[in-house]
Design a protein around this ligand. Structure first.
Ligand code: NOJ
Length: 558
């Protein structure tokens, strides 16, 4: 039996603080609001909270554009509020995990203001500056992840600066040791405050290639997705191992990096004992509809044929960490649509869909990450004009869709599916006004389903999605299945079934079986090894061994 660390045995809950709970009537959530809900989170078996950025920010990208790495944005409260939250969490066995956004800062960060002021400034080489091409155009044809050129012109320096994301998010120059030192110091500041770990943003972009070259355009705008030009550039691991040594090593914390595209062969340098991080988020299961990269209007939409692919990538990710390393398990975050829409057709029973994803989340091997509202089974929103959307990436993708020849109505339909705002609507606490999120005017409209889908209503209903999550939390924390779910190995079952995802977790002599039917029809299956198994949990009352009803999920053991 492995000796698991605390963060391998717990469940992490991700909070988008702006949308969690407003205690001041400002219309945006705050840190006191998070502290007020710690007891609620305990009922979900949560041992750590990943807080998306709460630092001072002009909020161009809702906090992922940071103007000070060691302070709290006044809209979220004060440093005392943060200390209070850390202390209240500690009393309940819940640790705070900060988001480190170190690929870039805000263009309002004093470092960038100084860097942009002249080529001789103190911070002149803290960002990525390049001269124009001889014709005055941008140094390369790279497209930023939010759309448009990845380069913006600076009059004062007569140079362009690079931004993997928005122009308001200039990339930091990690080649400069002073930059790295300043970032490490900021992370150590939070360790001194007692945080329990870090989620590390967009880390695959920190190392830039030695030579900056044009790429083959991948769309009519003549640009190429920057991801394909700079992600995981050789040499990045030297930076990451230094980062580990100067910050994370020797602390009882966990680190989880946003790092897509790491092959199983190189995984041991990224995670595990010898790796730079404890875990990394990889996105093969959330990117299934995006065969060509990040452009939303090229996505396929939901198709039942994606389910075998989903099964395959989930199994591959389980296998990748079978011997070394550990993965988070997640189906939602603040950048994704709601999972009940993602993996099920529009006509599916959303409650069953939400429970099916809950079963997968809590029974795959790894640390489950629940994203706020997922435990209520929330779905997407569909606002009827592009102006209603706040997310910068939604605006950029809408423009790309129009340039690609889509009509405004088609472009709107595309963003309705993929917009990051789908996951950012205010948390639904009660049937009261604005779902109990605020006494003021919510910064983003509350989902219209809130009178039916909210914490108070679902807590009263023993069959709700929330009650189901609570049962799953108990299953993972105590009883005979708990150890198997935490530590057992993973074997895929029924690999050829196009609609049922099935697997066995095993530890010693005990097995736990998970079966999920992604189709809207009843399906039978044959698994002789399950004969005599005992039912642990069912998403629809009255299940029978050997048959799954539409969108049904079950857990058995023997
Ligand atoms: C990934 C974050 O999850 C996303 O919300 C953000 O826009 C980008 N990184 C840029 O920081």
């Amino acid at each position: 039996m492995q000796d698991l660390k605390w963060w391998q045995k717990t469940t992490v809950y991700q909070i988008y603080p702006k949308s969690f709970l407003d205690t001041t009537g400002s219309g945006t959530g705050d840190l006191r609001g998070v502290a007020a809900k710690l007891d609620y989170l305990k009922t979900l078996g949560v041992g750590a909270i990943w807080l998306t950025p709460v630092y001072p920010s002009p909020m161009v990208d809702n906090g992922y554009d940071i103007a000070d790495f060691t302070a709290i944005d006044p809209s979220y409260g004060s440093m005392e509020d943060m200390e209070h939250l850390i202390a209240e969490g500690r009393e309940r066995g819940i640790r705070m995990v900060m988001d480190l956004v170190y690929n870039h800062s805000s263009d309002k960060h004093p470092w960038f203001i100084d860097s942009a002021s002249s080529r001789e400034s103190r911070h002149a080489d803290w960002y990525i500056w390049r001269d124009p091409k001889p014709d005055g155009s941008a140094p390369t044809n790279w497209r930023s992840i939010f759309g448009g050129s990845a380069w913006t012109w600076c009059e004062a320096r007569q140079q362009y600066y690079l931004h993997t994301f928005a122009p308001a998010q200039p990339d930091l120059n990690w080649e400069n040791p002073a930059v790295r030192q300043a970032l490490y110091e900021a992370a150590n500041f939070w360790l001194d405050k007692g945080v329990g770990g870090f989620r590390i943003d967009a880390i695959v972009y920190i190392k830039k290639p030695e030579e900056f070259k044009d790429g083959e355009p991948d769309s009519d705008d003549g640009l190429v997705n920057i991801h394909s030009m700079i992600a995981n550039t050789p040499g990045i691991l030297d930076f990451l191992h230094e980062f580990k040594e100067k910050v994370f090593a020797g602390h009882d914390i966990f680190t989880v990096a946003e790092a897509n595209g790491i092959s199983p062969e190189e995984l041991d340098k990224w995670v595990g004992e010898k790796g730079a991080f404890d875990m990394l988020f990889e996105f093969s299961h959330t990117n299934l509809e995006f065969p060509t990269g990040e452009i939303w209007c090229q996505a396929t939409g939901y198709r039942p044929e994606l389910i075998p692919k989903l099964k395959q990538v989930l199994t591959e990710s389980q296998q990748a960490t079978a011997e070394n390393g550990w993965y988070p398990v997640f189906f939602e975050n603040h950048d994704q649509m709601r999972c009940v829409e993602h993996y099920f057709p529009a006509e599916a029973d959303k409650e069953r869909a939400a429970k099916a994803m809950a079963v997968l989340l809590m029974t795959l091997r790894g640390t489950p990450f629940i994203y706020e509202g997922q435990e209520l089974g929330l779905g997407n929103v569909a606002w009827d004009s592009i102006e209603a959307y706040n997310d910068i990436s939604t605006q950029g993708q809408y423009e790309i869709a129009l340039k690609e020849g889509k009509s405004p109505a088609e472009a709107l339909r595309i963003v309705q599916r993929y917009s990051r705002d789908n996951a950012r609507t205010p948390m639904q606490w009660s049937e009261e006004k604005h779902a109990g999120f605020t006494q003021g005017t919510p910064w983003l409209p509350v989902h219209e389903d809130f009178p039916r889908q909210c914490v108070t209503v679902e807590a009263r209903d023993g069959d709700s999605v929330l009650s189901f999550y609570r049962k799953l939390a108990r299953l993972r924390c105590s009883g005979e299945a708990a150890e198997v779910l935490q530590q057992g190995d993973y074997t895929e079952l029924l690999p050829d079934d196009p609609a049922i995802m099935a697997f066995r977790r095993r530890l010693g002599g005990r097995s736990v079986y998970t079966l999920v039917n992604f189709s809207g029809e009843a399906r039978s299956y044959e698994l002789p090894e399950m004969a005599g198994a005992e039912l642990l949990l069912e998403s629809v009352p009255g299940s029978t061994l050997g048959v799954l009803r539409a969108y049904e999920a079950v857990i058995y053991t023997h």
